[in-house]
Design a protein around this ligand. Structure first.
Ligand SMILES: [Zn+2]
Length: 455
């Protein structure tokens, strides 16, 4: 996945359809999804389709008829919670998240603030959920309690509850998601009082105490990690170093695109997907309902960085999407003029994500079984795939992107060269013309034959 802070800020609004007031650009993430949902979308774009994957996520986007009754029911639910109530609690967190835009909701909370204390009771009563795959329940409850700090008249009730939660956790350890959740909300809504929670320097603390491993692979490549052994660092460095040659062999670039000064890359690796979801959002301002992210930033000015985590569910060591995200770095530097926003002025996602998948799998010599299974279904014409955007689903963006790029690289390298020459010059219209007019549907028949034989 690729993104940049600006796009993400805008996407934050998309995550909360219909309540722009509550989720104005630049506010903290909406409630976290259960990890099982987050896992299935892997490295999908942080668009609204992700959020709609949450159970009942659209229910509370409009005003709820009877807030006092809803809040009393939620209070009861939190106090009597059993594991059969996960979906109901998640729906309750969405009710709270979306409620801030509704005057009737705030009036009901002011009249009956017991729900605030119930949130703290729920978190404290279920600290055992931290570190499990149902952690999102207590993590969301912590954050939704903190979100009330934005209202001056409600904040005095919330401060002691949150300060109590913070005092029981730390920046590291099993309760870190609770501590970081408090720190993030305080940072957004009650920064002037951060001493009270002991979270004033939380970003520096995460940096110092979580990302403790610093390693230089080469003059152009650095790793900051939570927990990588010397052997793992060496393997990561050599995997990335070897990928450069594989990349240049395919794209045959004449050097970096004009104006690109992203000469070096920083790779940030969290220990687990859970750690990624705990820390990466607050440290780098990214959405973490995905499997990693490349931040090109302004290629003329800044430090390019990608943020990833170990694939802790696999039996052997791997950094999830390592070679995929690294391809984005190389592609941004050698194939795509300008920054990510500029790259998105025409549909280029078929190439950006498809090529990242193609190079990742071909370089590692791995069979992309999911994509090959899709090929047999003959779902899309090649000409259709040139219109792919991040609004399309994971299968179309990643699996079909892979197939489209692989087909063109294997069967029509001259077309790849022509399109990349335009991408490198920032001639997006020229590339689009090549894809839609010069190629058009000329290859579609051959494409379908290839889909039947590819393996
Ligand atoms: Zn990607």
């Amino acid at each position: 996945m690729r993104s940049l802070a600006l796009v993400l800020a805008l996407l934050a609004g998309l995550l909360a359809p219909g309540v722009a007031q509550a989720a104005a650009p630049g506010t903290p993430n909406s409630p976290l999804l259960p990890p099982a949902v987050a896992r299935t979308i892997l490295h999908a774009a942080p668009d609204s389709t992700i959020y709609s994957a949450a159970p009942d996520s659209t229910i509370y986007t409009a005003a709820v008829a009877d807030y006092p009754a809803e809040l009393r029911a939620l209070t009861r639910l939190l106090d009597t919670y059993t594991s059969a109530d996960d979906e109901a609690v998640h729906a309750g967190m969405l009710l709270l998240y979306y409620g801030h835009a509704q005057p009737e909701f705030l009036a009901a909370v002011r009249a009956e603030p017991e729900v605030l204390r119930a949130l703290r009771r729920f978190v404290l009563g279920h600290l055992d959920l931290f570190g499990t795959d149902r952690q999102y329940l207590v993590q969301n409850a912590t954050r939704e309690l903190g979100r009330f700090l934005q209202h001056n008249d409600i904040a005095p009730r919330v401060r002691p509850l949150l300060a109590d939660l913070a005092s029981r956790g730390d920046v590291v350890g099993r309760l870190a998601p609770m501590w970081v959740g408090v720190a993030e909300m305080v940072d957004w809504y009650d920064k002037a009082n951060c001493r009270r929670y002991g979270t004033c320097d939380f970003r520096a603390r995460i940096d110092r105490r979580v990302l403790t491993v610093r390693h230089t692979c080469s003059a152009t490549l650095k790793i900051r990690a939570q927990q990588l052994t010397r052997t793992q660092l060496r393997r990561t460095c050599s995997s990335l170093a070897g990928q450069d040659a594989a990349f240049h062999r395919v794209v045959r670039d004449p050097g970096p695109v004009a104006g690109d000064r992203n000469t070096s890359l920083e790779v940030v690796v969290f220990n687990t997907g859970n750690d990624y979801r705990t820390y990466a959002g607050v440290l780098f301002g990214i959405s973490t309902n995905n499997g990693g992210m490349y931040l090109e930033g302004d290629p003329a000015l800044n430090q390019a960085r990608f943020i990833a985590h170990e694939a802790d569910w696999l039996p052997t060591f791997a950094i999830w999407n390592l070679n995929h995200e690294y391809t984005h770095y190389l592609d941004g530097r050698f194939d795509l003029y300008g920054d990510f926003e500029e790259n998105m002025t025409t549909p280029t996602v078929w190439w950006i994500e498809g090529f990242a998948e193609y190079l990742s799998y071909s370089y590692r010599g791995e069979v992309y079984a999911d994509a090959l299974a899709e090929a047999k279904k003959r779902t899309y014409a090649l000409s259709t795939l040139f219109d792919t955007t991040y609004d399309h689903d994971t299968k179309r963006v990643y699996h079909w992107g892979y197939l489209a790029v692989r087909y063109l690289v294997e069967k029509h390298p001259a077309d790849v060269a022509a399109v990349l020459a335009d991408y490198r010059a920032g001639d997006w219209a020229g590339a689009r013309d090549h894809l839609t007019r010069v190629i058009g549907n000329r290859y579609d028949a051959d494409w379908y034959a290839w889909l039947g034989s590819v393996n």
